[in-house]
Design a protein around this ligand. Sequence first.
Ligand code: ADP
Ligand code: MG
Length: 628
Amino acid sequence: MSDIIKLLPDHVANQIAAGEVVQRPASVVKELLENSIDAGASQIKLLVKDAGRTLVQVIDNGKGMSTTDARLSFERHATSKINSADDLFALNTKGFRGEALASIAAVAHVELKTKTEGEEVGTQIEIEGSVIKSQEVCATLQGTSIAVKNLFFNIPARRNFLKSDSVELRHIIDEFQRVALAHESIAFMLYHNDSELFNLPIANKRQRIVGVFGPKTNEKLVPVTEETEIVDIDGFIVKPEFSKKTKGEQFFFVNDRFIKHPYLNHSVSAAFDGLLPDRARASYFIYLKVDPKSIDINIHPTKTEVKFEDEHAIYTLLRAAVKHSLGQFNIAPVLDFNRESNMDTPYSYKNKEAQVPKVDVDRSFNPFEQEQKVKTSSYSGTPHYEKKNAAGWENLYDGLDKRNSSNSFSHLQIENEPETESLFVEHESKGFKDLKETDSDSANTYQLHNKYIVSAIKSGMMLIDQQRAHQRVLYEEFLRNITVKESVSQQLLFPLRLNYSPAELAIFKDLKESLENTGFALSMPEDGVLEVSGIPASIQESEVSIVLEQLLSDVEQEVPDTGFSQTDVLAKSMAKSMAVKTGEKLDELSREHLVNKLFACTEPTMSPFLKKTFITLTVDELDRKFNA
Ligand code: ADP
Ligand code: MG
């Protein structure tokens, strides 16, 4: 047999290597920004078009490249940053593999312009899919500009694999922020489709964090510093009361490189122990400096994971440093008031006299035949969109309406336990008096512990989780509003002006159309400001910032998910923040309204977060319990 092994041509090898280095536009952003930093730039400008699909360009004022270097920079394993394997153990640069430019040039159209300090003219090179198309002299400023166009033009599968623009842009912003946060002594700018998202002048660390996350961040930061033999710790933690229930902002930098480190994250969280509200997570910006020899950053191709020689010692030192600043700045535990309402256990009734609950069961109630009596209610459901799609659910109530209420109630009890007749008669008469008094309200439902709605059904009883049920109702309404655009907006007399960071505003910009379909009227009159001049009919003005804050954190969290659908995330998020909560008292009409709406939903059995909205208990099951 003849020899079959052959060396892969360079452009194929480069394309394969590119698979590892260039996963999405954000990977290009990271590599180019890091090269500019390594080139000693003090000013770096990032231009992005169509979330990086069309263009990612980085322009720096660094040291530039000679003509020969410019040409060589696209070769694989071409690097000016290490000379020998030993250098790997004392890295002071971001790059060292010499792979990035070769990989990027293998899967895109790249245009390089560069000039070093002493030279009169610069070099311009165009390269497409590893093939050099042109090389010329050009007039340009000192520094380097690399424009990466039509990413994955020759790998349609990868191009199709890219997520929506909002997701890809989010990844780009994430990379940009990480780099910008690590290098406050470099000025950064980010433009997307010609609009400026960030303009960060040279600053100190605090100013840089505030520049990235918006002016309201300043008051939230508490400094952390500690200098030791093995590590220097510097940075800020976010005061516990500003912590977020979800992901939060968690940044570790080691020797000016962003890293992810679950173990060290645990150390900071441990220092916060007892200070955070339920389920909230600590936010922080922590900068560690260690001897480059004591870390291994080579263990991961995208280099966000780092191995420390002295992990345990750093863990302990970090926790102590964070604890120390929490103590020094007098940060007291935050009481979680929400938790207390949940402590409403049956034991609190221990010493109270037993009362006959006002279970005013109206047998004539059939939610699907009844007219909607009142359109407004104390819970914030949108009053439009009444769909009488009971999809078989009315069967649950069948028969109930045909019975005479008083007779069936007494009949049931007396039939099962005739010997206690006298006892029940007494109670009954009291019960019937109550029934009469409340008859005009026609009470069909009962609220249990401000959490469940109890309702009689044909086969027995139903317990509905009020919060989940309302989430389902709102979710379907929002989904519909976003697509059908039929919602009603209430205009605000005085528009709300809310401050957000550029990245947050970028998210709102992206969601603007969908949000407006739900009833919001939004504008961005100036940097850092979101102006809200109209809101959905179903929400209160005071709830707006909570709803929007929740939305931001949900959208941020959603990014890594494959099934990201903007509409769905928006509808879920708004349903979550606007639904009645456990612990809220609902009046009779609100309860009925909610039950009606739930069973008019397309999918009444589950909340949008796939939790059961109700359970049923049949009379048989109840009987069995009584006879067990
Ligand atoms: P690495 O950064 O690992 O060395 P790259 O492929 O990213 O590999 O870059 C190859 C080389 O090209 C670098 O080592 C550097 O000499 C040069 N280079 C890349 N970008 C720039 C830039 N913006 N300014 C100056 N030189 C650059
Ligand atoms: Mg590099």
